[in-house]
Design a protein around this ligand. Structure first.
Ligand code: COA
Ligand code: AMP
Length: 626
């Protein structure tokens, strides 16, 4: 099959194409209604199909010859432990965990927040929710209590599942005090908090509704799979937008299962029984899709790795895991590969292991910069695939479709649109641009299966955020261009979202927090380039009554306080460590802060000063400070 043929048929007849791909999964009731429009005018996939994602990921394989195959391997250098689960064992654990949730009153459509580190129980509880038709919302362990509180209030979960601690390379993070603080900040209180006690730090269970995970499981009996509609929700995953309030991206069961299964062959060129490793955290979309759901839906073995690419214990960690478990494909963020490159530039550590099993290296989460691409390619002599993603889509929008037709790679490009994604490059007014013209990246509606169909509880916000800027298109928030061969280049966000070490963050949210400091008059936060983490946030802050009160000492105290505030409000992952105190911000005459110019100045890249600038001296001051 050629890529062009597959792609064209997905664009010319989306319903025919996806109706055919729907046969990849074992529905309880096969959908007749492949593509429909709901009462809000949003296109939906497989509305009358019935399925259960957990059944498809586990029971189906147990019933079809994979009962004894490994489904999940847990490898934890931070606790020096390993554990494996066959498909049968994982199915039984999931059924019991679902029984525990059911006993706590969790029913189809109820929400459950999962705040867990990279341990098997994270995948088990996600699949347990799916088994009951409940909607999970996983919150990344690096988020601070106020972020968790926002998610509690927005998703109003019945139950919160957590562990006593997470383990980072250099420290143990006690989760329970963070959970207790989040619940005290939130208006919505979950009925129960179920805590998995880990020996590295045992949590005190003082609050009404606190339950011990092991005891609760002991009292539970296994629960069966509950059939849900194709359009019923599997999960909500919050992601950063341009404002302080994160967006609850919703994922529907039917489209998700079909797209996940299709992608394992089309994009990753895997076969059932292969070992697939996404070195990502389940708190991010890559973790949802490619640590948990897609590999299991496809009958692969997946790996949950509780460690880092470096430091646990060294930059050979990835290659050790690949050799130990016979991994065929690895998927991680460019920042992880840059961290390895920094520690082991000659790739000596990989030579200590037999990694001949590895066929391909996939990267996403941020642009795979050409130097890192070249280094990976030359050092490991393997195909390196950069593919472009968003939480909103749940799977790659553009990739080298290795399972369909292998294209020659072009460093810096994420190759071509994935079938189903009809991409145009648009100017400000929505006109379609030609090859090598850079603009906004829009995806023509209908979006293919798995993409969001709303923001949890707020379809209007969904329409405003994504559908109104360019009628007939989904606005991705990314900018880029096609070259003359149809290769797509993603050049970065066109909004206030930044990507720090593969973690998506909002500079708008950071500005809101910095602006709360009593001494701050106004501020701008931008993402500056960083060799390791891709981008790092940097603040420009105007202090109230500067001339009267400011000294270098008080300024540095204020900066320290701002750093602390962002850490306490968003979490350590925000990595906000740098702010410059300035006397004024560069603005246009209409008052718009010149963030793009600031970014270019900090990065030392070429920029023109807009003629609409209000006070050019503001830029001179910043130039002198940099
Ligand atoms: N729970 C609690 N804290 C966490 C955390 C978690 N799950 N993950 C990160 N943090 C903390 C870190 O401990 C660190 O805290 P510190 O400021 O006290 O040191 C801070 O958040 C920043 O973390 P990070 O950005 O991860 O930096 P790092 O120096 O610890 O590690 C990398 C750098 C490159 C090794 C690491 O960022 C990495 O592996 N990134 C890949 C990300 C990824 O997989 N993204 C998914 C998309 S595919
Ligand atoms: P997230 O929703 O956390 O997956 O982040 C999505 C954003 O990350 C996208 O909008 C892009 O800005 C960026 N991104 C992800 N993958 C790539 C890639 N391969 N190339 C360029 N940018 C990427």
């Amino acid at each position: 099959m050629s890529y062009q043929k597959e792609y064209q048929s997905s664009i010319e007849d989306p319903a025919g194409f996806w109706g055919d791909k729907a046969k990849l999964i074992d529905w309880y009731k096969f959908p007749k209604n492949v593509l429909s429009t709901d009462e809000q005018g949003v296109e939906r996939w497989f509305a009358d199909g019935e399925l259960n994602t957990s059944y498809l990921a586990l029971d189906y394989h147990v019933e079809n010859g994979r009962a004894k195959q490994l489904a999940l391997i847990y490898d934890s250098p931070v606790t020096d432990s390993k554990q494996t689960y066959t498909y049968r064992e994982l199915r039984d654990e999931v059924a019991l965990c679902a029984g525990m949730l059911k006993q706590l009153g969790v029913d189809k459509g109820d929400r459950v927040i999962i705040y867990l580190p990279m341990i098997p129980e994270a995948a088990i509880s996600m699949l347990a929710c799916a088994r009951l038709g409940a909607i999970h919302s996983v919150v990344f362990g690096g988020f601070a209590p106020p972020e968790l509180a926002v998610r509690l209030d927005d998703s109003t979960p019945k139950v919160l599942l957590t562990a006593s601690c997470g383990i980072e390379a250099k420290r143990i993070i006690e989760y329970k005090p963070l959970i207790d603080e989040a619940i005290s900040l939130a208006n919505h209180k979950p009925q129960n908090v179920v805590v998995l006690q880990r020996e590295q730090s045992v949590a005190s269970m003082d609050n009404e509704g606190d339950l011990d995970w092991a005891e609760s499981l002991n009292q539970a009996t296994s629960a069966d799979c509950v059939p849900v509609l194709g359009t019923d929700l599997l999960y909500i995953l919050y992601t950063s937008g341009t404002t302080g309030k994160p967006k609850g991206v919703v994922r529907e069961n039917g489209g998700h299962a079909v797209a996940m299964k299709y992608s394992m062959k089309a994009i990753y060129d895997m076969e059932p029984g292969d070992v697939f490793w996404a070195a990502s955290d389940v708190g991010w979309v890559v973790g949802h899709s490619y640590v948990v759901y897609a590999p299991l839906l496809y009958g692969c073995t997946t790996i949950m790795y509780e460690g880092k690419p470096v430091m646990t214990p060294d930059a050979g960690a990835f290659w050790r895991v690949i050799a130990d478990y016979n991994v065929q494909a690895i998927f991680s963020a460019p920042t992880a590969f840059r961290a390895i490159k920094k520690e082991d530039p000659a790739g000596e550590l990989a030579k200590l292991y037999d990694i001949t099993c590895l066929k391909t290296i996939f990267a996403a989460g941020e642009r795979l910069d050409p130097p890192t691409y070249e280094w990976l390619s030359e050092t490991y002599k393997l195909p390196i695939i950069d593919h472009w993603w968003q939480t909103e889509t749940g799977w790659a929008i553009a990739s080298n479709l290795f399972g369909i037709e292998r294209m020659p790679a072009k460093p810096g490009s994420s190759t071509m649109p994935v079938p189903g994604f009809n991409i145009d490059i648009l100017d400000d007014e929505g006109n379609v641009l030609g090859p090598n013209e850079q603009g906004f990246i829009g995806i023509k509606l209908p979006l293919p299966p798995s993409c969001l169909t709303s923001i949890w509880g707020d379809t209007e916000r969904y329409k405003e955020s994504y559908l109104e800027q360019f009628p007939g298109y989904f606005a991705t928030g990314d900018g880029g261009y096609f070259d003359e061969d149809g290769y797509l280049y993603i050049m970065g966000r066109v909004d206030d979202v930044i990507n720090v070490a593969g973690h998506r963050l909002s500079t708008g949210e950071m500005e809101e927090i910095v602006g709360k400091h009593p001494m701050v008059a106004e501020c701008a936060v931008i993402g500056r380039s960083d060799e390791l983490k891709g981008q790092m946030p940097m603040g420009f802050v105007v202090i109230k009554n500067t001339s009267a009160t400011s000294t270098d000492e008080t300024n540095s105290e204020i900066v320290n306080e701002l750093v602390q505030m962002v850490r306490e409000e968003i979490g350590a992952v925000a990595a906000f460590k740098e702010a410059l105190i300035v006397s004024r911000l560069p603005k246009t005459r209409s008052g718009k802060i010149l963030r793009k110019t600031l970014r270019a100045m900090v990065d030392g890249t070429e920029h023109t000063v807009p003629s609409t600038i209000e006070d050019p001296a503001a830029l001179d001051e910043i130039k002198a400070l940099l």
